[in-house]
Design a protein around this ligand. Structure first.
Ligand code: NDP
Ligand code: 2IT
Length: 444
């Protein structure tokens, strides 16, 4: 494979898609050596077939706001690759959503889902609609309008959406309700559903818990303990909240959280009671993180991210490209030993280089945040069997999956000195599974 040529070619064919090209570039650089050991891959032009999504749906979503004004947004679903199972991946509602962002997410999802050991292909969808500041009724009308267009293209055995930024339990409920009304079936075509109508226990917790389980495995390779470590977490949504919950259970001290307006720094650490307050603030009142600083009398820094605060471990859990090279260097200078990504692609390529060249334990999101989609896969299994597992059963399966992903990273990312390159490991392991499945199924 002439990697640079492939990247250049994709950049020309898909200009104005920087996040997509960024994600593709990282994976292609990782897999180049193993790809070149398989001339049959090149003969089948596997690389372009793997980088370019199977298909993209885009549509207008029309809805009426509370003032009676008719609004339009764009809606998308990217079905990236279904070589190993039905298309699977979240839906993002955020003003920044565009094809570049959804294509990078669908591409990453394909490799992440391959790592989970479950039979799921990769997809992503979303809209440039932002639920922020909208009433419940507006969110419901938007979700219903979005699903009116999407429903024909999804299904329990074809494409199974779930949540992502701006899409949580409330939105999945509205989306699923409309899906059922149109499709007239009840097979669980979305995951992240409420417990009363087919949702799985531990799905809300899964991404955050899974990331902490993965982190513990990484620390274990250096005989390090999580207990007593100071952790900086960004975001304050689903992933951040349950990351903090598990970190508290493990005896770590979480000192930061953030949202798109700024971050809070609590030197005493966020305890269970403070976390309950955050969950109520964010999930019920839909307030801002500065309100935490006001309530507990701690520092709030508007317009900034938390990486300047001293910590042993960083767990970015908000959005893509939220750690720049400068911020990575500050983390290193402050003695940070590990970065485990809850968000998708939160570290810029330059930041990753800084983490790796300074010997930090660094886990890319496609490995460390795979717990969320894994429990989505377990929700699909439970729906198909028409039964539900206990929280303990699901949590145990999640722990086993995260241990397995860590082992795959070690196997495929082993450096000469015996340490693990988790980027290399995750990319090669995910790629080889998808590649073998594609080769076996012919030129499509
Ligand atoms: P939520 O919508 O629940 O929370 C997102 C949080 O990140 C909010 O605090 C939000 O702040 C902040 N945020 C979002 N966009 C930006 C931005 N552009 N700049 C700064 N802050 C921002 O989403 P999730 O917790 O579900 O998702 C967080 C990350 O984890 C995403 O990268 C997602 O792709 C990834 N992920 C999610 C999984 C899941 O199961 N939910 C699974 C695996 C990965 P504000 O409220 O101000 O917008
Ligand atoms: O990025 C992700 O893995 C998710 N948003 C979860 C996808 C899913 O299908 O549960």
């Amino acid at each position: 494979m002439k990697t640079e040529q492939v990247i250049e070619n994709l950049s020309i064919r898909f200009p104005h898609e920087p996040e997509y090209i960024q994600a593709v570039t990282e994976v292609l650089h990782s897999i180049e050596p193993v790809y070149n050991q398989h001339p049959e891959f090149e003969a089948a032009n596997l690389i372009e077939r793997l980088c370019i999504p199977d298909r993209i749906f885009s549509f207008r979503v029309t809805w009426t706001d509370d003032k009676g004004q008719v609004q339009t947004n764009m809606g998308y679903r990217i079905q990236h690759n279904n070589a190993i199972g039905p298309y699977k991946g979240g839906i993002r509602f955020h003003a920044s959503v565009n094809l570049s962002i959804l294509k990078f997410l669908a591409f990453e999802q394909t490799f992440k889902n391959a790592l989970t050991t479950l039979p799921m292909g990769g997809a992503k969808g979303g809209s440039d609609f932002s639920p922020r500041g909208k009433s419940n009724a507006e969110v419901m009308r938007f979700c219903q309008a979005f699903m009116t267009e999407l429903w024909r293209n999804i299904g329990a055995d074809t494409d199974v959406p779930a949540g992502d930024i701006g899409v949580g339990g409330r939105e999945v409920g509205f989306l699923y309700g409309m899906y059922k009304k149109l499709a007239r079936e009840n097979t669980g075509t979305l995951t992240g559903k409420g417990l009363e109508f087919g949702g799985s226990l531990i799905r809300p917790e899964a991404t955050g818990y899974g990331n902490v389980y993965f982190l513990k495995h990484m620390l274990g390779t250096r005989n390090l303990e999580l207990k007593g470590k100071v952790v900086a977490v960004s975001g304050a949504g689903n992933v951040a909240q349950y990351t903090v919950e598990k970190l508290i259970q493990e005896g770590a001290k979480v000192v930061t959280l953030s949202d798109s307006d700024g971050y809070i720094y609590d030197p005493d650490g966020i305890d269970r009671e403070k976390l309950d307050y955050i969950m109520e603030l964010k999930n019920l009142y839909r307030g801002r993180i500065w309100e935490y600083a006001e309530k507990y009398g701690v520092k709030y820094v508007p317009g900034a991210r938390p990486w300047g605060e001293r910590c042993d471990i960083a767990m970015p859990s908000a959005t893509q490209n939220e750690i720049s090279a400068e911020e990575a260097q500050i983390l290193v200078d402050n003695g940070c030993i590990a970065v485990s990504e809850g968000a998708n692609m939160p570290s810029t390529p330059e930041a990753i280089k800084i983490f790796q060249s300074n010997g930090l334990l660094y886990a890319p999101g496609k490995a460390s945040n795979a717990g969320g989609v894994s429990v989505s896969g377990l929700e699909m299994s439970q729906n198909a069997m028409k039964l539900s597992w206990t929280a303990e059963e699901v949590d145990q399966k999640l722990q086993r999956i995260m241990a397995d992903i860590h082992a795959q990273c070690q196997k495929y990312g082993k450096r000469q000195d015996g340490t693990t390159d988790y980027v290399m490991g995750a990319n090669i392991s995910g790629f080889m599974k998808v590649a073998r499945a594609m080769m076996a199924q012919g030129i499509l």
